[in-house]
Design a binder for this molecule. Structure first.
Ligand code: SF4
Length: 378
């Protein structure tokens, strides 16, 4: 298949659904789609409705906006409001709820110089155009967005910029998967039965499929890396069902058109040159996860906003009643939260999972919230 429409072909989807239905046994199957892109695709294209009732998809913590803890957003707001920095970040980040009923968007309304950018390079360009301003790039995201941040830090150093820095909040996918597999819900209580993972698409183009081999070998969990189109996801589910039926736990790659075993070595080397592992990092929903994020290396310390400005990280609990933490761990579903669709909507998100279209709550609100409501004719 060459064109995107072919990956959304309804007839092929029905064939795949029939294959899945034919191959499932009596048992139940629970698969976690780690990545928010898959969550979005599953909701948008109604993939769940094409699956047999004993195949359950569990949303994972792979939406970069959803896992950003309140304390980190507070730091960004502090940079803009108290230190007078021009803060640049990706669009969805500005709507993530923070402390004191604030968000970056609301901080902008209070006079903070907060800009939405499409890429890290836009933030660097702004710093070059305005040498009188301190420009900070609020860098979030998994391994997909990390290499561009590394590039701008290297460029800023090469240019000798004195007014550009990065608030680094880049996180690592394999650490999050380990945290889920080690969580009490999976290991002790069995409240989140996990039979396998749909592995991320974009992240895997960078890190390759090799890092998932550990999960297949050590935890006996199959992983199938899949693209973001509905047929990709359904093919991955069929491959996972087959692995479970055959008692196999391997890493398989459905997304061969973009992912290799070793990934993008150039990008990996670039990231290793600029960043090192943080000892621990707080994730929304997962808590403190050891060695799960990156910080800027000492050689590039001049471009580290956490060193340039007097900032301290303070952990902040989620809004009372918000179930984002449990949703991100797969323990609760969006509609289990009593705020879902009432006080919490994409226009007025109370929790982070309602912000980005990749968040489990936003995806379900946008594409699935009415499907559970019984339709009555008058
Ligand atoms: S509905 Fe809103 S508050 Fe509830 S879990 Fe989802 S994002 Fe959080």
């Amino acid at each position: 298949m060459k064109y995107v429409d072919e990956f959304r072909d309804g007839a092929l989807a029905k064939n795949l659904a029939a294959s899945i239905a034919r191959e499932v046994c009596e048992r139940s199957y629970s698969f976690m789609e780690f990545c928010g892109g898959h969550t979005h695709a599953i909701s948008r294209y109604g993939v769940t409705d094409l699956l047999p009732p004993n195949v359950r998809m569990i949303h994972g913590p792979g939406c970069p906006v959803c896992v950003l803890p309140i304390g980190r957003v507070d730091m960004a707001i502090e940079l803009a409001l108290e230190h007078g920095a021009t803060l640049c970040t990706y669009a969805d980040t500005v709507r993530v709820p923070a402390s004191d009923n604030l968000s970056l968007q609301k901080a902008k309304a209070r006079g903070g110089d907060i800009r939405m950018v499409y890429s890290a390079i836009d933030a660097l360009a702004l710093a070059q155009q305005h040498p009188e301003k301190q420009v900070v790039f609020f860098a979030i995201g998994f391994e997909t967005t990390t290499p561009p941040t590394a590039v701008v830090i290297k460029q800023a150093k090469a240019l000798g910029l004195k007014n550009f820095s990065v608030l680094c909040c880049h996180v690592l996918t394999p650490s999050a998967i380990s945290s889920i597999l080690e969580s009490p819900e999976v290991r002790q209580y069995g409240t989140v039965p996990l039979d396998g993972f749909i592995g991320p698409a974009h992240v895997s183009t960078v890190i390759g499929s090799r890092p998932y081999e550990f999960f297949a070998e050590e935890y006996r969990k199959p992983v199938v890396i899949a693209g973001f189109e509905p047929l990709d996801v359904m093919q991955a589910i069929l491959m996972l069902v087959r692995q479970v039926n055959e008692n196999r736990a391997e890493v398989e790659n459905e997304f061969t058109r973009a992912v290799t075993r070793d990934g993008n070595l150039k990008a990996q080397n670039l990231v290793a040159e600029v960043f090192e592992l943080r000892r621990e990092f707080e994730w929304r929903g997962l808590g403190l996860v050891p060695y799960s994020a990156l910080k800027i290396r000492r050689e590039f310390a001049d471009f580290d906003a956490e060193l340039r400005f007097p900032l301290t990280y303070r952990a902040v609990a989620d809004n009372k009643g918000c179930e984002c933490g449990a949703v991100l761990r797969g323990v609760r579903r969006p509609w289990d939260c009593k705020l879902f669709g009432t006080v919490c909507t994409p226009e007025n998100p109370v929790g982070s999972c309602m912000v980005s279209s990749e968040g489990a709550c936003a995806a379900h609100y946008t594409y699935g919230r009415f499907k559970d409501i019984e339709v009555v004719s008058l």
